[in-house]
Design a binder for this molecule. Structure first.
Ligand code: FEA
Length: 151
């Protein structure tokens, strides 16, 4: 995984803005919650080693499970609407999960920096994925709704 952690960067600063709002409530709510997790991870990553390990053990399963639920929600919408970019989008989700799993193993095998890297990577990946990839199926989905309403 690319090292995205820069100690001088204001890593806690994650601000939800209209740019990330895609206009489907369930999706927007899930994105907000994932970013809240990322914010929490970033705020708690630089703790004392013992505290950090306890925190990590308590939260990492929740983060991964929630992200999987979110991906399944999006993929369900894409399948139901026969979105042509489904396979590509699903692959991006799978690659992200693989990176996360690799990062967890890295942390568990003693690399403390993996927690900071993972937290920062998650923040950046999610914000970029929303605005460049999720937006595509949302626009497609909205077009379908508009077309149906015009009939
Ligand atoms: Fe295609 Fe949505 O997934 N944004 N996240 N995570």
């Amino acid at each position: 995984m690319e090292n995205l952690f820069h100690p001088k960067e204001k890593i806690y600063h994650i601000k939800w803005s209209g740019t990330y709002c895609l206009g489907i409530n369930i999706i927007d709510d899930q994105h907000k919650k994932i970013l809240d997790f990322a914010k929490d991870l970033l705020a708690n990553a630089p703790k004392k080693l013992d505290e950090e390990r306890i925190y990590f053990k308590g939260i990492i399963g929740q983060v991964v499970d929630y992200i999987k639920i979110h991906f399944a929600t999006e993929e369900g919408i894409m399948l139901a609407t026969r979105f042509p970019g489904y396979e590509e989008h699903k692959k991006a989700h799978e690659d992200f999960i693989l990176t996360v799993v690799r990062s967890i193993k890295d942390y568990e095998s003693g690399n403390r920096m993996a927690l900071c890297n993972f937290s920062n990577y998650t923040k950046k990946w999610v914000l970029s994925h929303i605005t460049t990839t999720d937006i595509k199926y949302i626009e497609y989905f909205k077009e379908i709704i508009i077309r149906k309403a015009a009939r």
